[in-house]
Design a protein around this ligand. Structure first.
Ligand code: SF4
Length: 140
């Protein structure tokens, strides 16, 4: 069995052989024992991440993901092991489908992760700036 055929240590499937993992974490580093305990969701109800049927682009779960020290690894694992449903690494099912399409077109895992996480962070900054501006205006 090659490394690409290795069962997902999370138990959700096999590594997707078509993913170019250049610039992303090694397959071994995606094993949950290496990062799960450090996840910001650790100890919280999994239903927040799995049962959010509407999955808005921004939710309580996504907000927690954005503070998570292992967000990049979590998103990489979800893409490499094709964990289709739920919120992983601050992305919804629909957002990851878009990222998976980029991987299928040949973008590397590193490129896709960088773009996805940069986008998430810049949106958060814009949201904070808007809130601050509207509060300042309201006070005047
Ligand atoms: S990125 Fe989100 S889902 Fe992944 S480990 Fe961190 S808090 Fe949990």
């Amino acid at each position: 069995m090659s490394q690409n055929d290795a069962p997902n240590p999370q138990g959700f499937g096999k590594a997707q052989t078509w993913v170019d993992r250049t610039g992303g974490p090694d397959l071994a580093d995606l094993a949950p024992r290496r990062w799960h305990d450090r996840g910001a969701c650790n100890g919280r109800s999994p239903s927040l991440w799995l049962d959010d049927y509407a999955q808005p682009a921004f939710s309580f779960a996504v907000a927690i993901c954005r503070t998570c020290p292992v967000q990049r690894t979590c998103l990489a694992a979800a893409l490499v092991f094709d964990d289709a449903y739920g919120i992983y690494g601050g992305t919804t099912t629909r957002q990851r489908a878009t990222l998976a399409r980029r991987l299928r077109k040949g973008d590397t895992l590193g490129q896709v992760l960088d773009d996805a996480l940069r986008y998430n962070t810049s949106r958060m900054r814009v949201t904070k700036r808007k809130r601050r501006t509207s509060r300042t205006r309201g006070a005047a």
